[in-house]
Write a protein that binds this ligand. Structure first.
Ligand SMILES: [Ca+2]
Ligand SMILES: [Ca+2]
Ligand SMILES: [Ca+2]
Length: 471
């Protein structure tokens, strides 16, 4: 009940009785002191998992007891013992400039609230120790550079420096000079129990990653050597040795003496020549590079057709027939045992070419001619031709992949082509009648530039040349 004092009664001391009276505004109540005796609670976000780099720390705090967090202090440290509040080096946490922990560091922290006269202080807390591994794994392969007898199961070995664990090794088998990128499709996870197996001309690309967070450390893509598997030797048909009825043998090569890459034709210059390194091929899209293309091993001449630095490398070796002052000969029998990988964008045009270089009038005889991925044809460009298409053509359904024996018999009255002992075709029309020399010319196709990744081998087991019997 609200009371008010009435007018004092006469003679009274002015402290008359309180009686009910009209309402007047009450005085403002005095402020009540609020009590907060509870400290704030602070936490950190330092992860227990191994990280791939030093890490910024976020400290989060709230106050209990109705007050507000005034300040959060922190100190980074190493070792097992957290700093005490009286120790030097404490700093004020600022969310706009968060502290960064490195490997092996922890952060100690506590918050204080705004209570008066002295804020309530939390006890010192400590984060987990930050573990950092920023080193990717190191992977290596065991693909040999030396030629092998068969396919090669690849062992990849990995060591991973740093505290994170090895996560995975990825690989892709490929061929050609360009290793796949990580973003390309077709990568698989390496499994020691099911090793990838390389075939001839293949390489393996690979990289490993570890379990560091938030992202594993990844090695750059590495590549193995290219696996070379020796061709099946022998090809199944021995080199013919000796004269034949009407033909006198003047040259043979069974390729029994190895010639390493870079040494052809210099190492065998008594028997072979070649269009020199840097000479453009027929289409102009390829370049003869015998030093990079031709080698002899395991009883075969090996032409390694490939692209290096954007140069499509091919080769055109030609035999040096002994006791012959001119390059070529008049008429002859030319036999070659060969096979080729179906390399896209390349062809053979193994041919007899006129010493005179007069073309088309002195003709040209090609066999086997065709795309390495296609079938084998023969072409007789006529003596006295007035265009490149003035020719007789014989084609077979045979591809270059299996071993074949191709024979050109060039006689004054007729020219015949044989594949594996069977007559492909024979013509008596305007047979070339000037000296010609035999060039095992492998080149880029005439129409389009080969893809850079196209690569493969042309193998020649043996060659043999005869001249017509004299008299
Ligand atoms: Ca509080
Ligand atoms: Ca590591
Ligand atoms: Ca041979």
């Amino acid at each position: 009940m609200i009371v008010t004092r009435t007018s004092p009664a006469p003679g009274a001391d002015g402290a008359g009785p309180l009686v009910a009276g009209p309402l007047t505004p009450p005085p403002f109540p005095p402020p009540t002191a609020t009590v907060d005796s509870e400290p704030p609670v602070t936490s950190d976000d330092v992860p227990a998992a191994v990280q791939n780099s030093p890490r910024q720390v976020t400290l989060s705090s709230y106050d209990q007891g109705g007050g507000q967090v005034a300040v959060t202090g922190y100190r980074t440290y190493t070792g097992a013992i957290a700093p005490a509040k009286p120790d030097p080096g404490w700093q004020t946490y600022d969310p706009a400039a968060k502290p960064v922990l490195g490997h092996g560091q922890r952060i100690a922290y506590y918050s204080t609230d705004t209570a008066q006269p002295g804020g309530n202080e939390e006890a010192v807390k400590s984060s987990a120790e930050l573990v950092v591994d920023s080193d990717p794994p190191v992977t290596s392969d065991d693909v040999p550079a030396a030629e092998q007898d068969g396919p090669w199961p690849v062992t990849l070995s990995v060591s991973d420096p740093g505290p994170a664990d090895l996560a995975t090794t990825r690989y892709r088998v490929y061929s050609g000079p360009t290793a796949p990128a990580k973003s390309d499709p077709g990568w698989q996870t390496y499994d020691l129990a099911a090793k990838p197996v390389l075939g001839h001309g293949q390489r393996i690309a690979y990289y490993s990653s570890d379990t560091a967070q938030p992202q594993g450390n990844e090695e750059a893509v590495k590549s193995s050597a290219e696996l070379a598997i020796a061709p099946a030797a022998p090809s199944g048909e021995p080199m013919p040795v000796g004269d034949l009825p009407g033909w006198r043998q003047v040259f043979t090569d069974d390729f029994t003496t190895p010639v390493p890459p870079g040494s052809f034709p210099a190492m065998v210059s008594a028997k072979w020549r070649a269009y020199t390194d840097g000479t453009p091929d027929t289409s102009g899209n390829g370049t003869y590079y015998p030093s990079k293309v031709v080698s002899v091993h395991h009883g075969v001449m090996d032409k390694w057709i490939h692209t290096e630095g954007g140069v499509h490398m091919v080769a055109a070796p030609f035999p040096r027939v002994p006791d012959q002052t001119q390059k070529g000969q008049m008429y002859g029998r030319f036999a070659v045992r060969f096979r080729a990988d179906p390399v896209e964008g390349y062809k053979t045009a193994w041919l007899l070419w006129p010493d005179s270089d007069l073309w088309p009038q002195d003709g040209e005889i090609d066999f086997p001619e065709g795309l390495l991925g296609g079938t084998i044809c023969a072409f007789l460009h006529h003596q006295g031709a007035t265009s490149g298409s003035d020719q007789t053509t014989f084609c077979t359904g045979a591809t270059f992949d299996p071993w074949h024996t191709a024979v050109i018999e060039w006689a004054p009255d007729t020219t015949s082509f044989y594949l594996d002992g069977e007559l492909v075709g024979s013509s008596a029309e305007r047979i070339p009648n000037t000296p010609m020399y035999w060039v095992l010319q492998t080149e880029t196709r005439l129409s389009t530039t080969p893809p850079d990744a196209a690569a493969g081998h042309v193998y020649i087991d043996w060659v043999a040349i005869w001249k017509p019997e004299e008299g």
